[in-house]
Design a protein around this ligand. Structure first.
Ligand code: S3P
Length: 169
């Protein structure tokens, strides 16, 4: 089985994914780290600055492709993975897509002072992005879990509960 976490920047995909993989004894895969490895750059910010967003999306698409047949892993995606539907087609093969839903105020609070999110530097642009992407996360998710107001452990337990429901139904 493969568990794929989607959601906006700051929704907790990485921290939730790490703990979830530990609890389920599965491998943890962070797409942004794989993208970085393929880019020959030092940071995601540098890829955006020197190569542009299109190049980043190209690398993201290749990484999603490479994960199509991945098994026994929890995959944390970047917030923009849903822009290209083909990414979701690849990631959902033999997997379940889980949307970590977080309201924008909470996202803003969590990303305060964080400067490695090139698409979150301009707050007005980020709100628009949030509004544009929300329907996509909803469309692609098989399970939606709210994260605002909950601790990482609670979110992880909620995910596990939902996975058990999927498997017993
Ligand atoms: C992006 C989100 C980032 C990273 C890149 C682009 C986006 O990942 O992939 O900066 O388009 O929303 P996180 O969602 O982990 O912040």
């Amino acid at each position: 089985m493969k568990i794929v976490l989607i959601g906006f920047m700051g929704s907790g995909k990485s921290s939730v994914g790490k703990l979830l993989s530990k609890k389920l004894d599965m491998e943890f895969v962070e797409m942004d780290q794989l993208i970085l490895k393929d880019s020959n750059r030092e940071s995601i910010r540098e890829i955006f600055k020197k190569d542009g967003e299109n190049k980043f999306r190209e690398l993201e698409k290749k990484v999603a492709e490479s994960l199509a047949n991945k098994k026994n892993a929890v995959i944390s995606t970047g917030g923009g993975v849903v822009i290209n539907e083909i990414n979701i087609d690849n990631l959902k093969k033999a997997g379940v897509i889980i949307y970590l839903e977080t309201n924008f105020d909470k996202v803003k609070e969590r990303l305060e002072g964080v400067n490695d999110r090139p698409l979150f530097q301009d707050k007005e642009g980020a709100v628009l992005l949030y509004k544009k992407r929300q329907p996509l996360y909803n469309e692609f998710a098989q399970v939606t879990i709210r994260t605002d107001g909950f601790k990482i452990e609670q979110v992880v337990d909620e995910i596990i509960k939902n996975l058990e429901l999927i498997h017993t139904s």
